[in-house]
Design a protein around this ligand. Sequence first.
Ligand code: IPE
Ligand code: IPE
Ligand code: MG
Length: 246
Amino acid sequence: MDLKSQINLEKLPRHIAVIMDGNGRWAKQHGKPRVFGHRNGVKSVRETTEAAAELGVEYLTLYAFSTENWNRPQFEINALMTLLVETLRKEVETLNENNIRLQAIGDLTKLPKKTYKALMEGIKATSQNTRMTLVLALNYSARWEILNAVKELAQKIDNKQLKQAEINEKTFEHALSTHGIPDPELLIRTSGETRISNFLLWQIAYAELYFTPIFWPEFRKNNLYDAIIDFQQRERRFGKTSEQLA
Ligand code: IPE
Ligand code: IPE
Ligand code: MG
């Protein structure tokens, strides 16, 4: 039986987040520069987005560039930013054809002007689409996001728009860049690394984590199906006992 038909569409995660990792090592394996890996990673982005939308996943968040990634060699940063602009421009049409809305999280104003512009254009051009939301995490850091939220709430208290007693999960979440987006139920990381690397720390409090040794440029629809099937076999207890769930 093919993998896709093993997925229970009634129990689909509403939101899947992916740490796309292993581009550099994949390129090295092929005797190519790291940028070759990034370029080939675009196909995996396309496949994953298409597969998620076809299944009926509502939100797909892809970690494309972390705040820590500014520490890479300038050449690689430039190549990644150029690739982003190219891909955004090229794929907007496909996103519209597939009724997919683009959004972004992260400290976006610190992106290079061209990247920021292409991103905003993509977001605007797809804003009316309703089938799935594709969220790109760009210059994203979960600690930055959390601190930002704290500052926003503190400011509101200073301005007497909010009382300390009104700080709760709901008001806090409202100040995060993911407000309005449900928490990811499934977090996938490729390339065999088993860490979170400052991604969605608040939002993944109860996510199921899935690690695969596959390098990102090799990730295909079937790899996403594998992850979802694995997810659906898990018992999500949320603190309860197994007997309570039965
Ligand atoms: C992920 O692949 C892409 C980005 C972080 C932008 P890497 O570039 O981290 O690849 P590895 O981990 O060095 O193999
Ligand atoms: C995490 O990957 C960030 C992205 C996938 C964009 P990295 O490859 O940068 O993570 P670390 O530094 O190895 O943890
Ligand atoms: Mg990496």
